[in-house]
Design a protein around this ligand. Sequence first.
Ligand code: NAP
Length: 313
Amino acid sequence: MVEISEDTLYDCIIVGGGPAGLTAGLYAARAKMNTLLFEKGTIGGQIAITDLVENYPGFPEGISGKELSLRFKEQAERFGLKVVKGEVVKVEKSGREVILHLRNGQILRTKTLIVASGSNPRKLGVPGESEFLNRGVSYCATCDGALFEGSPIAVIGGGDSATQEALFLTRFGSVVYLIHRRDQLRAQKHLQEKVFSNPKIKFIPNNVVEEIKGSDFVERLILKNTKTGDLSELPVEGVFIFIGLEPNTGFLRDILKLDERGYILTDEKMRTNLEGVFAAGDCRSGSTGQVAVAVGEGCIAAMEAEKYIEYNF
Ligand code: NAP
């Protein structure tokens, strides 16, 4: 277990254990900065629930998101990064120091903070979505796909996540309906090609979910055609929702400048409006949702944090 101390002035504290945070941790720890990384959920963030990462360089066959995350962590820990399970709920500035309040009541002091808190799945906001959560409704195909062996499954969304996860879910479902509000998918072309050539995937364009219905578990969807307004019923047992992400930045709303969608504004050196506070990865305005980019941003943030300490402490 990692010891943390309220008496220590840390060099760097990182919030978030996805690719951006773990890369920042690797660089900071390797630069001999006394560094803690807080992760409240699963190490790896969004990629930990991605079946196969095919576009991160160095893995020609692709690599499972979970394994890639654990490799990032192992590499950073080899250089002394301390990874702690915990949640930062409030950030303040006191003179040059950044003060962090943890959910468990502890208060920590650090010279620099790197926010790499990532994002969470966006909700549809339709009747039945929260009621049937874990009873047919899911936001994670790798976690829950196997529960729907031999059953009809619906995937909602038209981006990279929806298409990639629909492909993964064909391992389990008797059929996978890909339901999208427009007639064109937003996903990368090679994912679209795979989807359209997979006989188990049935594309349902121009439709939105009006309601998720069932008794104990999900039994059917009520769909609305966006062109005609017609309603229809689709019998399914699993509903996987991949309609984009929302930044995990609520705890910073009072102290950092965010864009209109809640993403953290930085300059090209990952500096936020607050001296000593940096942001990297999916929580940052202008980031791209790619592991390779998150890794690069984490690297920049840690190198800038190191420079900041050199000139300011
Ligand atoms: P995304 O690219 O934002 O796509 C969200 C999809 O959901 C869009 O097709 C959107 O429709 C649809 N949508 C949004 N709100 C909706 C609503 N209320 N009802 C119905 N449909 C709705 O999100 P994502 O697929 O989760 O990807 C997030 C980021 O991660 C992206 O930058 C993506 O490139 C990246 N990513 C990359 C990979 C990869 O490289 N292999 C894999 C996964 C994710 P419209 O198209 O009509 O807007």
